[in-house]
Design a protein around this ligand. Structure first.
Ligand SMILES: Cc1cc2nc3c(=O)[nH]c(=O)nc-3n(C[C@H](O)[C@H](O)[C@H](O)COP(=O)(O)OP(=O)(O)OC[C@H]3O[C@@H](n4cnc5c(N)ncnc54)[C@H](O)[C@@H]3O)c2cc1C
Length: 395
């Protein structure tokens, strides 16, 4: 049931090349669901090597401007193929912080920033974190309170960030801070590229529902950074941030590959596990749920494909990105709820528990599934965007 972007000969050949490359280079560790942090320095080094190899081979960064190592004749469908093949191998994707920082620097960075920072993103010598969310500013970033006060040739930053993925491993941070407290709330914000080892930055890992620590709280106490760290112009942070957030286009099709694989694995499992002494798949209600999920995955794939096609034709609709994100994340949650249901009492067993089915993979994916409905804009915010901007409903 795979939706094969590029079943044409040239893209088909490209897919085969990427698949072979991924098989030869992807880190060998067992993948957990979702976007997870390396657990130790060895995993981190492996991740850096993997990302650098993807850039080196031209599979990442081909869409960058040529002067920064991109490919002039780049076909964006290739990015989709790469993302799908990485998802198929359950290997790590490009790091979200690195992708965001690259996009901001390419569009708004100074010549000096571009020359210094972009090569280190390609080689993955630099791992970036995204310092946007705060305890009282997530869905509405305009509420952020972290302050950056100009002081000579520097800014002095004080405040708190939270949910900072990979903050504990990051070399650099893509920071948003308020530089003009008197400006309207979205106007007084500035974007910065900061070094995470600057004195005054305290990163404290948070333990999540899944039992792992993938994100952090970051406290900034009188952190002195040079004015040259501003990305774009002072007060332009909202524009810089929105432009970089809008860049991610391959998420849905890669996510669909994830869903398809999970569906197939679960389907195989349902032939083995028993309910009332018979294979679960022989139960009518189980078969119906499998059928419904398969149809919804197909619809999600087509939604991703049509959005991408519209984007390439310059006819993107405001509904496209929020609808894809909402559909995938809610469907992923339903699929994993079904998985733990199907496993009955064993559904609560997790990694390391005796008798855990598939090493606890389904419980981990079920617990992680909530994160997808929040990160990058919660389901409620996606529904608001669809209702207000696409359907023209009142606020
Ligand atoms: C796995 C994960 C990784 C993340 N990584 C990062 C990261 O690296 N860097 C970073 O900066 N942030 C990160 N985030 C934070 C993420 O961007 C925020 O969690 C998200 O924007 C929601 O903000 P919030 O958590 O403050 O919730 P809030 O905005 O406080 O929302 C709380 C609840 O209220 C609802 N709500 C809020 N406003 C409205 C409204 N107007 N209408 C209806 N309902 C509303 C929300 O849907 C939600 O259910 C990450 C989050 C997750 C889950």
């Amino acid at each position: 049931m795979s939706v094969d972007w590029g079943s044409g000969t040239e893209l088909g050949e490209f897919r085969a090349q990427v698949r072979a490359f991924v098989a030869g280079h992807a880190p060998g560790r067992a993948a957990r669901a979702g976007v997870r942090s390396p657990e130790n320095a060895e995993e981190l080094a492996e991740l850096r090597r993997w990302i650098a190899a993807l850039f080196e081979a031209g599979y990442f960064g081909a869409d960058w401007p040529v002067e920064f190592g991109g490919d002039a004749g780049h076909d964006p469908r290739r990015d989709v193929v790469v993302a799908e093949e990485i998802a198929r191998a359950r290997a790590p994707m490009q790091l979200g912080g690195n992708a965001l920082a690259a996009s901001a620097l390419i569009r708004f960075g100074s010549d000096e920033q571009q020359a210094r920072l972009l090569p280190a993103i390609r080689s993955c010598d630099d791992l970036w974190c995204q310092l946007f969310s705060e305890p009282d500013a997530g869905s509405d970033l305009g509420g952020m309170r972290t302050r950056a006060v100009a002081d000579g040739d520097d800014y002095v930053v004080t405040g708190q960030k939270v949910w900072t993925t990979n903050g504990h491993w990051a070399d650099r941070g893509y920071l948003l801070a308020r530089t003009d407290p008197d400006a309207p709330k979205h106007k007084g914000i500035t974007a910065f590229a900061i070094d995470m080892d600057t004195p005054g930055i305290d990163v404290r890992p948070l333990r999540e529902l899944t039992g792992t620590s993938d994100f952090n709280e970051v406290f900034l106490d009188g952190v002195r950074i040079p004015a040259a760290a501003v990305i774009g112009r002072p007060g332009q942070g909202w524009i810089v941030a929105n432009a970089s957030l809008a860049e991610e286009r391959n998420g849905v099709s890669a996510a669909v590959v994830d869903l398809q694989l999970a569906w197939e694995d679960l389907h195989a499992l349902a032939q083995k596990i028993e309910i009332d002494g018979r294979p679960a798949l022989e139960q009518a209600d189980v078969r119906q749920r499998f059928g419904a999920l398969r149809a919804e995955i197909r619809a999600c794939a087509l939604l991703g494909q049509s959005s991408f096609t519209r984007w390439r034709a310059g006819r993107e609709r405001v509904i496209d990105a929020p609808a894809g994100k909402l559909w995938f994340s809610e469907l992923n949650l339903r699929l994993n709820e079904f998985a733990v249901d199907l496993l009955g009492a064993r559904g609560i067993l997790t990694e390391g528990d005796t008798d855990a089915v598939d090493s606890g993979r389904w419980q981990d994916a079920y617990l992680y599934a909530r994160a997808y409905t929040i990160a990058g804009g919660s389901s409620e915010i996606m529904r608001n965007l669809i209702a207000e901007r696409a359907l023209g409903l009142p606020r």
